[in-house]
Design a protein around this ligand. Structure first.
Ligand code: TXA
Ligand code: MG
Length: 362
C-alpha cells in the first residue's frame, strides 16, 4: 500500500465512509492518536491487529459518541450488557461518565453480545471511552458507529501524538490519517474496572480498580466514588493482559537512572567509554544529574527536558515526542531520569517511562 493520505478537518466524510466500508483510519484524540475500525465488524477489527502486529490477547478500547453517556444509552447502542451490571455499579458508572466524559477515562464493564470477542480478546468485559477531541467526536457522529481503537503505533512502540508519528509507525499500512494537530494531553487514558466489591472495608457495594494511570488521577476518582481506588491486582490484573507487557519502547536501549547507577563499576564504565548517551529529564530539578553523569565520564550528546518548571501537564505533552527524538538522534543509549513526584500526571509519566525502560543490556 502507498503511504497514508492525511485528511483535514473538512474531509471527515471520506474517513467516515472508509470506516463504514470496514477500512482503518487513524484518528486524533486528546490523549494520543488511535487506529480506528468499526467495533462491530470482525474483519475490520482484525485489520487493526495485523497493521499493528498486535497479539490477539491484548484487548481494544471502544470509542463512543457523546450521546452515549449513560449505561442505558450504552445498552441501547449494543455496547454494554446492563443485565450483568448491578444497581450499585450502574450508579457509580453513570456518575463517572457524567463527571469525566467526554475525556481521558476508559471504563471496563460487561460487554454486550454484539461486541465481537476479538475486540475484548475473549474477555466478557469491554473497555469504553468517550474521547473529548472535537474531530474524534465529529467523526463518531458522522459514521454513527462505535470505533475500536488502540494507540496508532506498532505493537510495543511509542504512542503517536502527531499525524507525522502515525505516518512513521503505520504509513504504509493504512489509507487515512485525520490531522487533528498535536494531542493536548500526550499520555493515554486512565483505564479502570468498575465492579461489585463485597469485601469493601468502607462498605461500598461498587468499587474502582485502577488498571492504567493517566490524566484522570486516583484522587479525582476517589472524590467522585467516595471510596478508595485500588491498584488492579489478582483477578482484575489478569483481566488486562495488555498491561503485563513491555510498552512504549524506543528502538535504542533506554534504561532508568536507577538501573544505570547500579552498573557503574570500572569495567562497565570502560565498555561505555566510546558510547554516546541521550538523557531524558522529566523536570528541571533533575538537571543536576547531567553533571553527575559527566563526572562518571559519560559522553552526553543530547539532553531533552520535559518541563523546566516541573509542570506535569507540560511534561506529559512532551513525553512521547521526546522519546522519539532521542531514538532518532545519533545516541547509542538513552538514560531516563526520575520524575520529581508520583502524584497527578507524574504517576502516568513514571508508569510509561518504567515500561519503556529495559533492564541493563547484555
Ligand atoms: O487514550 C487511550 O486510551 C488511547 C486512545 C487512542 O483512546 N488508546 C489506547 O489503547 O491507549 P491501547 O490499546 O494502546 O491501550 C489500551 C489498554 C490495553 O492494552 C488493555 O490493557 C486495556 O487498555 N484494556 C482494553 N480493553 C480491556 C478489557 N476489556 N479488559 C481489560 N483491559 C482492557
Ligand atoms: Mg498502546
Amino acid at each position: 500500500m502507498s503511504r497514508a493520505r492525511i485528511l483535514s478537518q473538512d474531509e471527515l466524510e471520506i474517513a467516515a465512509n472508509a470506516l463504514k466500508r470496514g477500512d482503518l483510519v487513524a484518528i486524533p484524540t486528546e490523549t494520543v492518536y488511535g487506529l480506528a475500525a468499526n467495533a462491530f465488524n470482525v474483519d475490520a477489527v482484525s485489520k487493526i491487529f495485523s497493521a499493528k502486529e498486535r497479539p490477539s490477547f491484548d484487548p481494544l478500547i471502544v470509542h463512543v459518541p457523546s450521546n452515549l453517556q449513560t449505561i442505558n444509552a450504552l445498552e441501547d447502542a449494543k455496547i454494554v450488557d446492563a443485565s450483568r451490571i448491578s444497581p450499585a455499579v450502574h450508579q457509580l458508572a453513570d456518575k463517572l461518565f457524567a463527571t469525566f466524559w467526554p475525556g481521558p477515562l476508559t471504563v471496563i464493564l460487561p460487554k454486550h453480545p454484539a461486541i465481537p470477542e476479538l475486540v475484548t480478546s475473549g474477555l466478557d468485559r469491554v473497555g469504553i471511552r468517550m474521547p473529548a477531541h472535537p474531530l474524534a467526536q465529529k467523526l463518531l457522529s458522522l459514521c454513527n458507529l462505535p470505533l475500536a481503537a488502540p494507540s496508532a503505533n506498532r505493537f510495543g512502540r511509542i504512542s503517536p501524538t502527531t499525524p507525522k508519528h502515525v505516518d512513521e509507525e503505520l504509513g504504509g499500512k493504512i489509507h487515512f490519517i485525520i490531522d487533528g494537530g498535536p494531542c493536548s494531553i500526550g499520555v493515554e487514558s486512565t483505564v479502570i474496572t468498575v465492579d461489585d466489591n463485597p469485601s469493601s472495608k468502607e462498605g461500598a457495594k461498587a468499587s474502582i480498580w485502577l488498571i492504567r494511570p493517566g490524566k484522570i488521577t486516583k484522587k479525582e476518582l476517589e472524590d467522585v466514588s467516595k471510596n478508595s481506588v485500588q491498584q488492579a491486582k489478582s483477578e482484575h490484573e489478569k483481566a488486562s493482559p495488555g498491561m503485563l507487557l513491555s510498552h512504549y519502547s524506543p528502538i535504542k536501549p533506554m534504561i532508568s537512572i536507577e538501573t544505570f547507577r547500579k552498573e557503574t563499576s570500572t569495567s562497565v564504565m570502560r565498555q561505555l567509554s566510546n558510547k554516546q548517551f541521550g538523557l531524558l529529564i522529566p523536570s528541571g530539578t533533575g538537571l543536576s544529574e547531567i553533571e553527575q553523569l559527566e563526572k562518571l565520564g559519560l559522553i552526553i550528546k543530547k539532553i531533552i527536558l520535559l518541563s523546566q518548571s516541573g509542570d506535569d501537564e507540560e511534561a506529559a505533552k512532551n513525553l512521547f515526542a521526546s522519546m522519539r527524538a532521542l531514538d532518532a538522534s545519533e545516541v547509542d543509549m538513552i538514560i531516563a531520569a526520575s520524575t520529581p513526584s508520583s502524584t497527578g500526571l507524574w504517576s502516568a509519566i513514571s508508569d510509561r517511562l518504567s515500561r519503556a525502560c529495559k533492564p541493563w543490556p547484555g
